[in-house]
Design a protein around this ligand. Structure first.
Ligand SMILES: Cc1cc2nc3c(=O)[nH]c(=O)nc-3n(C[C@H](O)[C@H](O)[C@H](O)COP(=O)(O)O)c2cc1C
Length: 162
């Protein structure tokens, strides 16, 4: 296996497609939970009402085919790839999804990574965005799914606020 990591952000256009945002987010969560663990994909997807940002890690063929599928999805647009490179080891041991809104836990992270309060990946470096995603899912994983590295099943019970 040739390990690879791809990091991107995109514009969330779910609002303009469907007023039931929660239904669409749930559909993305369900597809990711179904497809990522068997494909050996780890990483995280974070989102707010304006942006998505995602880290995909795994075998380079799996990362490429997963990203190619995601890139065609009409629920987002204006994809910007920040990093796509071979890696020695994964930074994520499972697949997780988190909403980045405001809370006592999350607001200090915005300050730590130099953005104003509020998530705006367009104003972050690739390194900061990857570190922010890692910190966010550790502290604030509102939705998490299983890990291909832990066959026993979900690490954190699936939970969604949307
Ligand atoms: C921002 C965003 C991130 C997504 N991330 C994933 C993902 O990590 N894995 C995945 O399988 N699908 C993801 N999807 C959904 C895919 O675009 C696609 O709808 C889904 O993979 C189709 O799965 P299916 O063929 O099992 O129905 C994402 C969609 C969006 C808009």
């Amino acid at each position: 296996m040739y390990l690879f990591r791809l990091t991107y952000y995109s514009r969330n256009v779910i609002k303009s497609l469907d007023s039931s945002v929660g239904k669409e987010i749930k559909a993305i969560l369900d597809a990711s939970s179904r497809n990522n663990p068997p494909a050996g994909i780890t990483g995280a997807l974070i989102f707010n009402d304006q942006y998505f940002a995602q880290v995909l890690e795994g075998d380079r063929k799996s990362v490429t085919s997963t990203f190619t599928r995601i890139a065609r999805d009409p629920r987002h647009s204006d994809i910007v790839i920040l990093h796509a490179r071979p890696i020695d080891m994964r930074a994520h041991d499972g697949w997780a999804m988190a909403y980045c809104g405001h809370s006592e836990i999350v607001d200090p992270l915005y300050l730590k990574y130099g953005t104003a309060i509020g998530f705006n990946p367009a104003k972050m470096t690739a390194e900061n965005l990857e570190a922010f995603i890692g910190d966010l899912v550790k502290t604030e994983a509102r939705v998490a799914s299983s890990s291909p590295l832990e066959p026993a099943g979900p690490r954190i019970p699936a939970y969604t606020r949307v």
